[in-house]
Design a protein around this ligand. Structure first.
Ligand SMILES: Cc1ncc(COP(=O)(O)O)c(C=O)c1O
Length: 383
């Protein structure tokens, strides 16, 4: 049978990195020791107290059944309490919180609740591709790209944003650029959202991964006309467990809950209960030891990599957040990535996140420092 993809699926562009992946596989088959800085997935283990909690919860048969697509009440309460402890933001766990199967699920499903076919969804460029592809295109909406630039700190410039979008996705601390947003910007953004009647979708997946005494805020500290997405993936090294949350305006949360009620039946109960244990490790805005230890490791890697690149004549910057370096390599991004691959180093061309990523590569700090020293040594030979 000749099955045909739906038009909306055909609209998803082909995977840009297929060629690179093929080359990586070939190198691996040749026995090359690949240094992979392409993957945005923590290499550090999930803290023991979380794993112990999951093991304990697995012994309770009550946890074998469906949860609710909105999430267990206990987990919603824990998220609300965490927001109070961490950001001093008050949330109603029954109306302003929904538990997600990872924030990616919520980011993509949210558009289904509020965008009609043909609506414009404003997506920064460069950005996490799920906004334009998972949210806009799979919803028959139109991704309107908003280019951002290093000289503006990769902040979408509010005075140039289209006024006729249904929603705008923004993400700080940012993947891939590592950019963070000052409080004044977030205040202006909420005001802009209200004036232009654009829904602000704030992706705060990296809120806990920040350096140099900087603590990332919640956008809800500055106003309530937004939905904010968060995740335990990067904070607690739980990417594979699939657990996140969305919080914010009651109507926006209700829309997402309604979509979810027809698409999933909730995250596994034993994972949700472990999430409660994880969130309760916070006793104030500062990170608990289990999180801080990981942040310190990424910070050391950041400093080693950036200092090493600068010695090689590359003008790399130290991001205040995320475990990504977004490096201006002064040449075609794909060509630079291929040059790196010749010496067994995987980096991601910035163009994978949008046209405005040209000239940049993203380096994920998800390898131990010994591997970073090795990468710098190999780079020295070809740069
Ligand atoms: C900016 C951003 N948002 C959201 C996610 C999704 O994370 P998760 O679905 O694991 O919560 C990622 C994952 O890499 C990301 O980089």
């Amino acid at each position: 049978m000749n099955y045909e993809f739906a038009e909306r699926l055909k609209n998803i562009p082909p995977y840009l990195f297929a060629e690179i992946e093929e080359k990586v596989s070939k190198k691996k088959a040749e026995g090359v020791d690949i240094l992979d800085f392409g993957i945005g997935d923590p290499d550090l283990p999930t803290p023991k107290l979380i794993i112990d909690e999951i093991k304990k919860q697995l012994d309770d048969p009550q946890n074998y059944q469906y949860s609710s697509s909105a999430g267990e009440r206990e987990t919603r309460v824990a998220v609300a309490e965490w927001y109070k402890t961490r950001f001093n933001v008050d949330l109603d766990p029954d109306k302003e919180v929904v538990i997600l199967l990872g924030s990616k699920e919520g980011l993509a499903n949210f558009a289904r609740a509020f965008a009609n076919a043909g609506d414009k969804i404003l997506c920064p460029d460069p950005a996490y591709p799920v906004y334009s592809l998972g949210a806009a295109l799979l919803c028959d909406a139109y991704p309107e790209y908003v280019k951002t630039y290093a000289e503006d700190g990769f902040l979408p410039q509010l005075d140039t944003l289209p006024q006729d979008g249904k929603m705008l996705y923004v993400n700080f601390p940012n993947n891939p650029t590592g950019a963070t947003a000052p409080a004044s910007y977030l205040k202006d953004l909420l005001q802009w959202g209200e004036e232009s009647k654009t829904i602000i979708c704030y992706d705060n997946a990296y809120s806990e991964m920040t350096y140099d005494d900087y603590l990332a805020p919640s956008i809800l500290e500055f106003g309530r006309n937004a939905i904010e997405f968060g995740s335990l993936s990067k904070t607690f090294n739980m990417t594979g467990y699939r657990i996140g949350y969305a919080v914010g305006d009651e109507k926006l949360i209700a829309g997402l809950k309604k979509v979810k009620s027809q698409t999933d039946s909730g995250a596994p109960k034993f994972i949700q209960k472990a999430a409660v244990t994880a969130l309760k490790t916070y006793t104030g805005p500062q990170r608990p030891a289990i999180v801080q230890e990981c942040v310190d490791i990424y910070c050391e890697r950041r400093d080693i990599f950036v200092d090493g690149l600068r010695e090689l004549g590359i003008n790399a910057q130290k991001p205040k957040g995320t475990f990504y370096l977004f490096v201006d390599v002064g040449m075609n991004a794909l060509e630079f990535a291929e040059k790196m691959l010749d010496v067994g180093i995987v980096v991601t061309p910035g163009t994978g996140y949008g046209e405005a990523g040209e000239g940049f590569v993203r380096i994920a700090l998800t390898q131990p420092k010994e591997r970073i020293f090795e990468a710098l040594e190999r780079m020295r030979k070809v740069l």
